[in-house]
Design a protein. Structure first.
Length: 256
């Protein structure tokens, strides 16, 4: 379970990223977080794995206190939290396999990582992760030779290689074309359902939020203003979350 109790995040410049947020996310749930830029979506995701520190309140993941964790404790917490970024964050000059195995760096001696001297077991876990996202044929291809969609699937495989209990995805389809965005969302949904990994995905496209969110959380000005199912998140709800009328840019289908 992920639990936030009255969590506030105030950045050094005075901007409030989260404003007294209370949330409970049970094990295995697939959650989509929506809101305009600056609403607090990315802050929420990055607070869960300690990339953004909590100013006040308490945040726990699997019973571990993130809000008051030491650097050593944070490393242990992050080892069980996979993170997927909009910009993929791959090492472009090296192979897909090397990128995926880097997801296991919490458990790998530094010299092995430096030399790329992976064990048979580490490679096997890499193959399994790549099979999960249907891209095993690219195992020894340089990451720089992949399309954007393929790179994002490698990033998902890298997160899977950690054996995470939680998967966080920060705008994972924002830079992808509509068909590829659908494929990536289906990968994340399938992994969630087959492996029971608690998954939080930040999205801007409302049709994707409705289609894939077992639960949709709407954020505005650092506060949770909606918390319900994808089926309950109709246009009126999204207009409340966004504080404005919806536009064509708010749905993936309109951007096709």
């Amino acid at each position: 379970m992920i639990e936030l109790k009255n969590v506030t995040v105030r950045y050094p410049n005075g901007v409030v990223g989260l404003d007294g947020v209370d949330l409970e996310i049970p094990d295995g749930q697939f959650v989509v977080v929506v809101g305009l830029s600056g609403a607090g979506k990315s802050t929420l995701i990055r607070t869960i794995n300690g990339l953004v520190p909590v100013t006040s309140g308490t945040l726990t993941v699997d019973g571990m206190d993130v809000s008051g964790a030491s650097k050593r404790e944070l490393r242990a917490i992050r080892s069980k939290i996979g993170m997927i970024f909009q910009s993929f964050n791959l090492v472009k000059r090296t192979s897909v396999m090397n990128n995926v195995i880097m997801g296991q760096l919490h458990h790998i001696p530094g010299w092995r990582a430096l030399l790329g001297a992976w064990t048979k077991e580490q490679k096997e876990k890499g193959y399994q992760a790549l099979e999960r996202v249907g891209i095993v044929e690219k195992t020894w291809t340089r990451a720089s030779e992949l399309s954007g969609g393929q790179q994002q699937r490698v990033a998902i495989a890298r997160a899977l290689a950690q054996d995470p209990s939680v998967m966080l995805a920060d705008e994972p389809v924002a830079s992808l074309d509509p068909p590829t965005a659908q494929m990536v969302m289906k990968d994340l949904q399938r992994i969630n359902r087959e492996l029971g990994i608690t998954t939080l995905v930040n999205l801007h496209f409302l049709d994707l939020a409705r289609a894939y969110g077992d639960r949709v959380i709407g954020m505005r000005d650092g506060k949770v203003v909606f918390d319900g199912t994808g089926a309950e998140a109709d246009d009126a709800v999204f207009e409340k979350i966004y504080g404005r009328s919806l536009t064509a840019d708010d749905t993936l289908s309109s951007n096709a």
